[in-house]
Design a protein around this ligand. Sequence first.
Ligand SMILES: [Mg+2]
Length: 344
Amino acid sequence: MMWVGMGCASSWALDWKFRFIDHVLYLKRVVIGRGKGVQHLVYYSPMHHISWSESVWFSDIDDTLINTAQTTFEASEGIKLVFSSRFGERVGKKIQANFNDIFRTMVAGLRNKTDADWFRSGVDKEDYERVLSAIETYQREMKQQFGSIRKFSREVFIKLSADTEGLDTAPETIYEAADAYWVTLSERVQVMPGVLDLVREIKNHRRPLYLLTGSDARLKIKPNGQFAYMPQESEDFKRERVSLLRGKGINFNVVSIGDPEDKPHLDFFTKGVKAAENDLGQPINLSNAIVMGDSYAADLQTPIEKMGFGLGVLFEHGKEGITLDSEHQITTGFLADAVHYVSE
Ligand SMILES: [Mg+2]
């Protein structure tokens, strides 16, 4: 598979960050020997090949196809209004600020891998761990029942925001605030750059697009204060939210939702692939499958490392250019770049 091999000991090669070469070759550096006379073998290896006619497309939704993180700050206005009407505007504003802090912290936890990532994100890893353990405290019973917690339940975020202000909040206030948030979030959905171009290309080639999305985790509060999870209700809610995407030009075949198995669990992705195979009426050779998402750990790792997906596309909002990370992965800020790695 090695196309070109060359010896090189100069420092530019060391600094080379697996950058774009010509859309189909990525740079692989192998260091042999140490100290004086070190040799760096540089190979230009081909990206894994996928043909249009065999390609099957899978994508995450939130912060990959639509800008949920940005819209969430606008949608938190609804939370502020609900709390302002009960406790006055000063409290309403505080709850909104707390909610947004929690959201930002949890998104950082979803995306960050290295210490450098944490530094860049401006969020303390310790803060993330503190918020996560507070979330877990409210979901102990749920964890026993389902084996895992729901990290992104907005009801829990709102409850924690109210706890911080020392408010004893009625469950109805929390549900009402969460509803207000979701209604605004759904109404103001913004499609990410490059998405409509990509969807058009996929459809022009008569290939399918399947959505793989995590649970929105609509939870209820039990009399003992623990949060309860009804997978079917949660799934129905998300299905309705996702169906609105068609009106925005995102024409997908089938959506698979993380209730109760969620990302990054293998069962979640297996369920998604099965749903796609049912829709296509034939098995999928996963080496022809492309998966797109904004979190390596949540969206890409399992499909690439455990299931043999041909290509993972990591979407990084605002990124310029394309980084070729491996034979099976690119990073881009323009999702339609993915088509450069699929050929006739
Ligand atoms: Mg996402």
